[in-house]
Ligand binder design. Sequence first.
Ligand SMILES: [Zn+2]
Length: 103
Amino acid sequence: MNPSKKRNELLKKLAQFPEFVRGSITSVCSTCNRARCICLKKSSRRAYRLTYKDSRQKTQIVYVNRDQVPRMQKMIANYARLRKLIEQLVEANIEVFKNETRR
Ligand SMILES: [Zn+2]
C-alpha cells in the first residue's frame, strides 16, 4: 500500500476512538474509603475511582459510579489503542516524507 493511503486509513481509525482517558481504576471500601478495608464489620461494597496524572503531572482522582466502570475500562483501553495508532502514524509519516523527498 502506498504510504499516504496508509496514513489516511490510520487517521480514519484514530477518529473511531473519541472517548479515551489515561489512568487506572482502583477500588476502595465504600465505607472507610481504603483499598484495604479497616471496618469492624466488613462490607463487600466497593467504590471505584480513576487515578491519572494531568498535564502538569499532578495526580487526579475521579470518582466512577459502579455502573460506569465498564465504560471507563473501555476508555482506558481506547487510550492504549490510540497510542499504538500514533506510533503507526509516525512510521507512515516517515514513509510519506521519504517518498516525497526521494530524488
Ligand atoms: Zn471498610
